[in-house]
Write a protein that binds this ligand. Sequence first.
Ligand code: AHR
Length: 511
Amino acid sequence: MTTLVEGMATPSITVFPNRKVNQINRNIYSGFTEHMGRCIYGGIYDPSNPNKDLVDSQGFRKDVIDALRPLDVPVFRYPGGNFCATYHWRDGIGPRDQRPARPELAWDNVESNHFGTDEFMAWCKELNAEPYLCLNFGTGTLDEAMAWVEYCNGTRDTHYANLRRKNGHQEPYMVKYWALGNEVWGDWQVNQMAQEAYAERAHQWAKALKLLDPSIQLILCGKEGATTWDYYTLKHCLRPSGLSELGEQRVPLIDMHSIHLYTASDDHYENVTAPLAAERSIEVCSGLIDLAIHENNIPPQQKRPTICFDEWNVWLPTRAVGSKGAEETYTLSDALAVGVWLNVLVRKSKDVGMANIAQSVNVISPLMTTKDGIIKQTTWWPYELFCKFMKGHQVAVHVECEQYTGPTKPEWVKAVKDTPWLDVSATVDDEGWVGVCVVNIHAENDMKTSFEGIRRSKVEVYTVTGASLEVTNMKGKEEVGVEQSTWEPKGDDPSFLFPRSSITMLRWRTS
Ligand code: AHR
């Protein structure tokens, strides 16, 4: 191991805690629970587990709730994912022994429907999180979608509101976030659609759903952000609010535009630079939103839609196959990639209204369950640190550092993005705590870095690293965790050593 390569200029990081760039919506740390593999059954709901200490009276895994609770995850998306395309929510309510088992086409399974809307609401309540429901744009109908909104949010003396009451839930759930389908463009979808057909359907559904409940927020189904599908659907569906279709209610039909991206490579440098593709996608998508707004003459008073990055993570589907439960084993390299992903979400937080790590338990997840307990994978630690500390406002930070210049995946990343050895984001929260996350992606070199803008006091240091890039936490031992220490910057030009292959979070109070 060496400290800096010969001839490499000393990197520098300058943080400007007083220069707020934008407010961060905490919803960027949201989760996702799909009826897929062991996410719901055996992950969050496990009533038949013989170890009764692990399960509460509702059948929920207590250890999973205890692990997630300190993260204060703001929103959970449900019930899919691809699962949504054949899901009929009415199958999953009422007495359990009367719920029908159905063939499940997305993941080639049988769905017992033992866990449904009311159970999901109860689970979210345990975690003090908001639910986000995804509508069935495959085999579902508008009538069925409206009935689901009425079941969840209805306050009047109507059929589905009364059905919820009959099922023991007097108060409405007031579900705010609803997605207009999931990955409708994909050829793996039941009822895949062309952009024209989808956009028109989404517009008509949006109108009806907002007439029924103007308080909800609707999420349009985009693709990866920088595609023709994204532009077409935005252009078709972003309209000036207050159209005659909505009478006097001046609410925009579309509140967010959903995009998805999974990155991964068995090559470390491709793996850790791939999340920068997401940064570019957000930049382009944000431009497409502006273009649609401009071309459709949407007045500046109307709320601009944000991006809902409602599936992101490190995932190689050939390595962790969807129909086999997509249980990824994450390495230290993957933890660094997730660190870069989270830096990207903070850096682009002006445009991102929500982001959901896919998924929250067992399926492509930082958190795994066994019959006897839980395992926090390597990727858990950056997720936990960001959830806890990187909130409030993004602040300006200037980084001078040499770059990785080898191949990237996709290849175009290196043509459009900087790929510095130190990937950085910075925040200040409402109590005046500054947070700086530095991912040293270099596999061999520690980086002695001149660090400016820091208050000369004790700095809290959280370090995530491990013995090699390949180590995992899935072999009976926690090889990657968080080490906490303190740093007292000395002199006029303090410097900090960022270890090779590490994530370092520095925190200090401005006052
Ligand atoms: O998160 C796993 C799957 O990946 C989701 O069901 C789907 O939307 C995406 O393709």
